[in-house]
Design a protein around this ligand. Sequence first.
Ligand code: CP
Length: 308
Amino acid sequence: MNWTRKDLTGLESLSAAEIEHILDTAAAFKDVGSREVKKVPALRGKTLVNFFVEPSTRTRVSFELAAFRLSADVINVSASTSSLTKGETLKDTALNLQALHADIIVLRHASAGAAQFLAERLDSSIINAGDGAHEHPTQALLDTFTIRERKGRIAGLHVVIIGDILFSRVARSNIHALVKLGARVTLCGPSTLVPRAFESLGVAVTHDIDSVIADADVVNLLRIQHERQRKEYFPSLGEYTALFGLTKARAERLKPDALIMHPGPINRGVEIDSDVADSGRSVILDQVTNGLAVRMAVLYLCAGVRPS
Ligand code: CP
């Protein structure tokens, strides 16, 4: 495939072929991590700025390591130490990073659409590392990569995504990727956090976890996004765990080869039992490892495209 996108701002606009091309490219890059010298010269001479206006562990470190492995130069900018605190706009900050020859800007921002806003105004490649409750494309790509690696396919699998869907950028990007690749997707959680409106995206909605758990090939647990909720959407965390948590009893009802996934950070004992999170069926840390290869693929592909 001839890759033509300088930016990755979401998966909604990508075709199934484009998503598969990223996954195939990531598979080729995954080998680099097992070599003694974990570097290739693909982005030598390029500069990547990791611009994180919201907290992150996995995504920020993963993009930084991915850029190192591709031999790019990397600078990290956080909101608290940038001139955003003095009133500079996001656009002006980004234009200044571009003036400093940033070839790629990886942006995490609390506002939906922030990455697209910059992508339309800058020549630098803009990679969305999570924009509000909108999209987190590389998280969904690494989730999809992990499922494909373990199951050998995506099409025909039943993927159940459980939790706070309404405020989850991870859920939205996963829905776009999984539906395009032919998976059957069911969303599950309290009716306040999983409204039936999501059915328009081609997925099923249920508010009864026990009706779907035994039929799942993959369960993906999502954290309650307290930082994005403006009011309480369920009575208590205890009630949430009782009704929607992946408890030990529920984990026993899963198919023997079902995958247990979580994008992190985990709230142990809330959306997932601590022992279940650490069990043999959990691929949570494999997801993190695969994130490195997926982000190498995204950086490599997008940095190779310049605006005409
Ligand atoms: N999954 C995820 O985005 O984690 P971080 O917030 O730690 O980057």
